[in-house]
Each structure stands twice: as C-alpha cells, then as structure tokens.
Design a protein around this ligand. Structure first.
Ligand code: NAG
Ligand code: NAG
Length: 337
C-alpha cells in the first residue's frame, strides 16, 4: 500500500515538476514554510529523516504516510523534503489542574476537564465536569502537570471534597481535602491563578483559550488557542440549562482562530467540553484569567463554532485584592431572575 502510494506520489511529482510555469521550480527550499491541509496549520520544509515529530506520529499510528504534505526536492539528487510541523513549546500553566475520574473499568482513571486553582483550598471548573453518576464526578485533581500521559507523582494528586458548589448550573467550586502548600518543593510547578481586573477585558483584548485536550482513548496535554471576539453571537443551542446567559456582563462570545501547528497526537482541542479557560494577554505579555467555557454542550466541538465563556472579572467575583469571592449578589444573575 505504502509502495503504491509512494509510486503514485512520485508520478504526481514528476508531472508537477515537468509542468513548471515559466521555469519557476515547484519544489521548495529547506526551511520554507508549508501548509498542512489536514488541519489547516503551518510547518517548515525539512529533510524527511530529520523530522522526528513525524516519525514518532507515524510510529504511534496516528498518521498515515499519505497524510504528510511533501515539499519536493531542493536539488536534483537531494533526499525528499516533507512539511515538518512546528512543535509547540511545552505549555506551562501552573494554576491549571486536571480533574481525575474513575475510568470505564473502575480500576483505572481518566482525565477530562480543566480546573482553575483559586486558592490553597479551592478550585473552579464548569458543570460539564460534574454529574450525578459516580463516573461523572471527579474524585481528585492533579496539580502542576501539563501533560497527563506521563508518570504522575502522587504528591501532586489532591482529593476533592464531595460538597461541590454549583452556581447557576454554570460554574462549580470544589474544596480540597488538604490545603495546597505552595511553598513546598513538590509544588514548584503549582500556583494560584491571577484573575484579570475588570478593565483588562476590553473589546481589543487579545484572548486565548487554554485547557487540557481530550481524546477517547488516552489522556492528553494542554492546548492554547488564540480566540477572536464575535460581536454578533449566535448562542449555541443549550443542552444544559445554564442560567444568566445572553448578558454581556457575565458571558462573552468568541471563536477559535486556526491553529498554528498541527496536533498529531489524536487529542482534540475542544473548547467547551474540556472546560477551557479564557485568558487575556496584558500589555506586558503576561496572561490573566478572565473566565471559563460556559457548559453549553458536552460534545467536543472544535474551532469555527461560536463559543461562550463565563467571565468572572466582574465585581462580585473578585474583592479589592484580586481574590476570588463567591458571587453573592445580582451581578452574576440574569436580570430577569
Ligand atoms: C516541574 O516541571 C518541569 C517541566 O515539566 C519538570 O521537569 C519538573 O520535574 C517539575 N517539578 C516538580 C517538582 O514537579
Ligand atoms: C454585547 O456586546 C457586543 C460586542 O461587544 C455588542 O455588539 C452588543 O451590542 C452587546 N449587546 C448588548 C445587549 O449590550
């Protein structure tokens, strides 16, 4: 099969090279930028044997040879170049945690939701991440790990209390059984989230979604996607009765922009189902947390769709010191309540 595919692509390449327009070669040079149509992302032309990411992805059977865009040959007898995906740097978000659930076999566990560390005692996520059945409720949370596929130090696993507090069927607050000691050596990669101030979320803000990607078969690592704000929002059809939506004061509507590097590991960057976290880039380049994906659907919808985020930069979610406080007034509720 691979031989036939290679043969066909050779024929195709010969046809393309011999049909050069005005003597401009169709083959690219090393380092030229190239495009992955499969997932609309960019890469750089590289000698096939040097593109380690691709070889790993093929070995793990996440990718077929035919999926890989070629860059041709930079000289008559050079080896073939492929479009080598740009590998994103390891993402580190020490205030984001991954919720742990009992797995389908009951003796394993899975990760599938993102939570925000608000204090040494409390985490916030959305109501998608909790349910009425045992398997729908996280029993613990892993802190300070950006990819859930590796070995996880048990010191980084914290048990959750069962008295999770739901607010408007939208966000959920969890208490930890044991407080986090941020000064402890083992908590080096763990911190509290910096919430944005109200004036930091403006029409012009550069926005990002960050969360743990999702996959049916394995656990995943973090993703970060640039978002653009939509002024004309079609509120997605709600499969959950979240209250208070439709007011600009508590929710904003965005859409993910195309990704800059392909995801070859089979994990999906679902904005809503992973409870991704809304970030604002400040003028100094740092990020602050402005909200979390509103739990409108459990489905993994990726990109292009309009997505709602519940914002908590408003008065009532933060006190003057920037600490999170419970929404206690009408600030959070729908005006019609
Ligand atoms: C912190 O993160 C780095 C990079 O992932 C890792 O090498 C290191 O072991 C982590 N430290 C702790 C204490 O978990
Ligand atoms: C909500 O915000 C959008 C974009 O900022 C704006 O176009 C729209 O008019 C606002 N809607 C209301 C009801 O204020």
């Amino acid at each position: 099969m691979a031989v036939i595919a290679a043969f066909l692509s050779l024929i195709l390449r010969l046809l393309i090279t011999t049909s050069e327009i005005d003597g401009v070669p169709q083959d690219k040079q090393l380092g030229d930028s190239c495009f992955w149509e499969l997932d609309n992302t960019m890469g750089r032309c590289e000698i096939d044997s040097k593109c380690v990411v691709l070889h790993e992805a093929i070995r793990a059977r996440k990718l077929k040879i035919d999926d890989i865009p070629t860059c041709g040959y930079f000289s008559a007898n050079s080896p073939e170049m492929v479009c080598c995906p740009t590998v994103p740097k390891e993402l580190r978000f020490p205030y984001l945690a991954s919720l742990q659930y009992v797995g389908p076999l009951h003796d394993d566990f899975v990760f599938r939701c993102t939570a925000i560390i608000l204090s040494s005692k409390q985490l916030l996520t959305t109501s998608i991440c909790v349910g009425s059945k045992e398997r729908e409720n996280p029993n613990s949370v892993v802190l300070g790990v950006s990819d859930m596929r590796g070995h996880i130090d048990e010191k980084l696993t914290f048990q959750l209390k069962t008295n999770a507090m739901q607010i408007n069927n939208d966000v959920v607050l969890f208490d930890l059984h044991t407080d986090i000691n941020f000064k402890d050596q083992s908590m080096k990669n763990v911190s509290m989230a910096t919430l944005c101030y109200e004036n930091e979320l403006t029409e012009q803000s550069r926005l990002y979604a960050v969360g743990f990607a999702q996959n049916e078969a394995t656990n995943c690592g973090l993703f970060k996607l640039r978002l653009e704000r939509l002024s004309d929002c079609r509120v997605p059809e709600l499969s959950r009765p979240v209250t208070g939506i439709n007011t600009n004061a508590t929710h904003i509507c965005v859409r993910a922009m195309p990704e800059t590097s392909p995801r070859l590991d089979g994990c999906k960057n679902c904005l809503t189902a992973t409870s991704s976290v809304l970030h604002v880039e400040r003028s100094d380049g740092s990020l602050c947390v402005a909200g979390i994906a509103t739990p409108t659907t459990d489905e993994c919808t990726v990109n292009s769709e309009s997505t709602l985020y519940t914002i908590f930069v408003k008065i009532g979610f933060k006190n003057a010191c920037g600490q999170f406080v419970l929404p206690d007034g009408p600030t959070y509720r729908n005006n019609n309540d």
